[in-house]
Structure formats: structure tokens, C-alpha cells
Ligand binder design. Structure first.
Ligand code: KIV
Ligand code: ZN
Length: 531
């Protein structure tokens, strides 16, 4: 920020709105799909985190998307609830239908503006683009007071034309103008330059909030977003764990902690309760099965680990020698021993609250039963163990079409590994079947396939220990693909028995495939498909 710019930054202009699009841009990326119950649960967590705007989905895309946006709009208060629409009346009317009961509804309309998109995708002239954008924003504004417009691929749009589009949609009633770097092409100085130019050249720019939306194809989404707020943008669109199309979107946790930790430099505020960042990151991993890399900033397992002797020595003498943020600032639990088999309900409930989870009485009761079972198998129950149990209960309501009720595995040297599974079918019947495989896990997967009839390819299979120790729970994350679908399906489960965890994780993913098949008939399109 130049000295002049920083002097101009008044008290009221210091707030940066955080717009979370995990449920829209994030959810449309491979391996990240969520069902209705999971989306609602995640929206509740976003609202508790303090995000200003939740982009809940793309209502025209399918009846499932519509229902989820409507449920979130109806239940969630505090945050604005936003739905995406292409620039046409049908999309916009459908978005409004889903959003109309929200306390603070927002319609987000988009239309591509770059020469590449105009010529090859839309086959429209500049004048036609402006006319269509204005017409759409005018219609959206006739329904809803809060309208965001995105010129898709703005970062590659000719700057003069971008200024014309932005001025025209503000004139038509847009209250936020978003400048997407749709393909992750921008660099920080280039992107900040676009924002400065809009501020200088668009006469009515002060009537709208400037928003930024960066993809991470060149690994610069967070840097670009921060450069843009230095140049005057006051809304950042981002996702938890940086999930999103291709390389993902800007990571919310990184943006928020950069603004907080370097407050001395940015002098900007957000409404985010930073101690909820780690729990919501875990929640997303647990819902989608998409693991966060160990060295990921803020929420990775190593983000606060100090390994080298020199660093440890410095830390013991004075934490600030090597620590710019404290783990507790982002809600990272201490890996202390917290509970044992004699711990009561109240201790478990308190610990879950301290870890950032809010459970109903019913969820606490079932959590307690599971805790006792685990405490019988494991002498020491750590925070990470408890998190795994809590997360299981948080989305216990998700549709589980098939349920594993029994498992028997025979394996060993010079033996054919054999698995027998008992699975409750969606119609309530208990079915038992068996299969042999290359190993015990392969045998289980084949037996599950025989019962469910879902043929899938295993693309990824990862087992990790939740905590240290020989009696630690093993967490299995796997990814399946099916021929008829370009999406992949994640499954995740934890148990002290990794064979059981493998079976549960596999059935999780199979349930996701079946749920998706139910929804598939309804899918009309996704952004980018002829938008
Ligand atoms: O990346 C993009 O351009 C988008 C728009 C729909 C805002 O996601
Ligand atoms: Zn995007």
C-alpha cells in the first residue's frame, strides 16, 4: 500500500468481507462433492466461523443443489446466503426461488468477458456482452437488493472493456463487482494493477464493493488476493483448505491469518473467529475425504511443529523466536492426553466444545457410547481420537444407503484371503456375501461390490495413524472412480482395526456413488458449461 493509499483508508473502510465459496466453487471440484446433510452442517460451521457471505451453491444446476441452497438460506442467519446464476432469467429466477427466505439473500450473476471466452465460448460481441450483463443485473435487482456480478475471466479481459462492463453493471444495480482470475493467470502486481485501474477509471466504482476471486493454478491465489486488498478490494472469495476447480481457490485460512498476523502491515479487519479455522478444516476433510498436505500453511499437521534442535532451543527460550502465530490462535488442539475410560459425559462434552464442536444432546449420548468402546480398546484417548469420533457423529445423518453390519476376514501366508460381509440394503434386508482377493482389503472391496452391485476403480488408498502408539486408531482415506462419471468419490473411516476402517471407508464411497446416481438425472449444467 502506498503511503497515500494507507492515509485514505478510513476506519469504516478497514473491513474486508470474507466470501466463502467452498459449497459452490469448492464442491464442484473432483473428490469434493457433499450431500445435502453435509452441506447444511458445513454451512452451520461457516456461519459460526463468522464468514460474511456463504455461497451455498448453483441452484439451477440440479434439484439437489436447489434444495441445499434453499435449506441453507432458510436456516442460516448472520451470514448472507448467496446463490450463483448464469446471465439469463431462468437461472436468476431459480436462484431467487432458493434464496428468497434468507435473512440476507444475495444473487451472484456471472458472464464471461475475456476475448477468448467471447469468441470461442459465447460467440458474442463486446456490445452484446454488456447488454446481456446489464439486462441480467437489472432483472436480478428487481428480485433482490444484494446483487453481485462477476465478469468471468476478468484477469484476461482487456482493461478498457472490463472498466466498461463494471461501470455498466454498477449502473444497472450491482452492489458487488467481483473480478475473477478464473484460470489462475494473474500475478500479484498485475492483479493489483487491475483493481487500481478500476478504482481510477470507473466513475461509479464507489457505489459497489470490489471483490476478488483467485484460482491457484500458478500457486498465487492467496498472494493475488492480498495484493488486491492492498489496492482497494474489500471482499475476498475463498474456500476452506483452498479446495476448488483444478488447483483450487485461495485458501480462506491463509488469507485470514495473513491479515491478522500482519495487521501491522495491512491494517485491515475481518469478522473471522480464527480459533475455528482448524476445526472447520478438519470438518471439510472428514466430509470429503480430501486430505490436507502435512506442510499446508495454518492447518497442515506440520504447520506448528518445530523439529530442528536450534528451533526447539529457541522456542523453549522465547516462543516468538520461531513462532509468528500460536497454534491455539487457529484452534489446533494440544496433543495432550485428555481422557481415559473413567471420564464422564461432562468431560467429553466440555472437551468437544473446547475443540470447537457444538453437539446436540443426542449426539453427545452416541459419542459417549463410542468413546467408552474406544477407551476400552485404547488406554489413552487423545484430542485427535476424540475429533475422529465427533466427526463421525456430525455427519451420522448423511444418507447411508448400505450399512456394514458384519465383517469376517481370513488371511495369512499361503492362504487365499477371504472376506465375508453382512450389509443392510436400502430396503432393510440384511445381505451376506463373500469374495476372495489379492489381500484382505481387496477381498472386502470385492465382497462389497457383490452385495451393492457398484463397480468402481480404486484410485487412491491411504492409511494413517490418528495419533502415535501401537493402539492408535487408523484412518483410511480412499478415492473411487466409476466409468460412467468423470467425478471421483471419496470415502473415509477410522477404527483401531484398519481392516474394518477400510471396509467402512469403501462403503462410504459406494454410498456417495449411489447418492450421486440418484441426483444425476436432475443435473442440467455447471458453470463453465456454456455459461
Ligand atoms: O472462477 C470463476 O470465474 C468463477 C465465477 C463463477 C465467479 O467461479
Ligand atoms: Zn472460480
Amino acid at each position: 500500500m502506498t503511503t497515500q493509499e494507507s492515509q485514505k483508508t478510513s476506519q469504516s473502510d478497514r473491513h474486508v468481507k470474507i466470501f466463502d465459496t467452498t459449497l459452490r466453487d469448492g464442491e464442484q471440484s473432483p473428490g469434493c462433492s457433499m450431500n445435502h446433510v453435509e452441506k447444511l452442517e458445513f454451512a452451520r460451521a461457516l456461519s459460526l466461523l463468522g464468514v460474511d457471505i456463504i455461497e451455498a451453491g448453483f441452484p439451477i444446476a440440479s434439484n439437489g443443489d436447489f434444495e441445499s441452497v434453499r435449506a441453507i438460506a432458510t436456516e442460516i442467519t448472520g451470514s448472507s446466503i448467496c446463490g450463483l446464476a448464469r446471465s439469463n432469467e431462468r437461472d436468476i429466477a431459480r436462484a431467487w426461488e432458493a434464496l428468497q427466505f434468507a435473512q440476507k439473500p444475495r444473487i451472484h450473476v456471472f458472464l464471461a468477458t475475456s476475448a477468448i471466452h467471447r469468441e470461442h465460448k459465447l460467440r458474442m460481441s463486446r456490445d452484446q456482452i454488456i447488454a446481456k450483463a446489464v439486462e441480467s443485473v437489472t432483472f436480478a435487482r428487481s428480485l433482490c437488493a444484494d446483487i453481485e456480478f462477476s465478469p468471468e475471466d476478468a484477469a484476461r479481459t482487456e482493461i478498457d472493456f472490463l472498466c466498461d462492463v463494471v461501470g455498466a453493471v454498477i449502473e444497472a444495480g450491482a452492489t458487488t463487482v467481483n473480478i475473477p482470475d478464473t484460470v489462475g493467470y494473474a500475478t500479484p502486481a498485475h492483479y493489483a494493477g487491475i483493481i487500481r485501474t478500476l478504482k481510477q477509471r470507473v466513475a461509479n466504482i464507489n457505489q459497489a464493493t470490489i471483490s476478488v476471486h483467485c484460482h491457484d493454478d500458478l500457486g498465487m491465489a492467496v498472494a493475488n488476493s492480498l495484493a488486491a486488498v492492498e489496492a482497494g478490494a474489500r471482499q475476498i472469495e475463498c474456500t476452506i483448505n483452498g479446495v476448488g476447480e483444478r488447483a483450487g481457490n485461495a485458501a480462506l485460512e491463509e488469507i485470514v491469518m495473513a491479515l491478522k498476523t500482519r495487521h501491522d502491515y495491512f491494517n485491515l479487519e475481518t469478522n473471522i473467529r480464527s480459533e475455528r479455522l482448524y476445526p472447520i478444516s478438519r470438518l471439510l476433510t472428514s466430509i470429503t475425504g480430501m486430505l490436507v498436505q502435512r506442510n499446508k500453511a495454518i492447518v497442515g499437521k506440520n504447520a506448528f511443529a518445530h523439529e530442528s534442535g536450534i528451533h526447539q532451543d529457541g522456542m523453549l527460550k522465547e516462543r516468538s523466536t520461531y513462532e509468528i502465530m500460536r497454534p491455539e490462535d487457529v484452534g489446533v488442539p494440544k496433543t495432550d492426553l485428555v481422557l481415559g475410560k473413567h471420564s464422564g459425559r461432562a468431560a467429553i462434552k466440555d472437551r468437544a466444545i473446547e475443540l470447537g464442536y457444538h453437539l446436540s444432546q443426542e449426539q453427545i449420548e452416541t459419542l459417549f457410547v463410542d468413546f467408552k468402546t474406544l477407551a476400552d480398546k485404547k488406554k489413552e484417548v487423545f484430542d485427535d481420537d476424540l475429533i475422529v469420533l465427533v466427526e463421525k457423529h456430525i455427519h451420522a445423518d448423511a444418507p447411508a444407503l448400505w450399512k456394514l453390519e458384519g465383517l469376517h476376514v481370513v488371511t495369512g501366508m499361503n492362504l487365499l484371503p477371504t472376506a465375508t460381509v453382512s450389509i443392510r440394503r436400502p430396503d432393510g434386508h440384511l445381505v451376506q456375501d463373500a469374495a476372495i482377493g489379492d489381500g484382505p482389503v481387496d477381498a472386502i472391496f470385492k465382497a462389497v461390490e457383490r452385495v451393492t452391485g457398484v463397480r468402481a476403480n480404486l484410485k487412491e488408498f491411504v492409511v494413517r495413524s490418528v495419533t502415535s502408539g501401537k493402539d492408535a486408531q487408523g484412518e483410511v482415506n480412499l478415492e473411487l472412480s466409476v466409468e460412467s462419471d468423470d467425478r471421483s468419490f471419496a470415502g473415509r473411516a477410522a477404527s483401531t482395526d484398519i481392516i474394518e476402517a477400510s471396509a467402512l471407508a469403501y462403503l462410504n464411497a459406494v454410498n456417495a456413488i449411489a447418492t450421486r446416481r440418484d441426483r444425476q438425472r436432475e443435473v442440467i449444467g455447471r458453470p463453465g458449461a456454456g455459461a
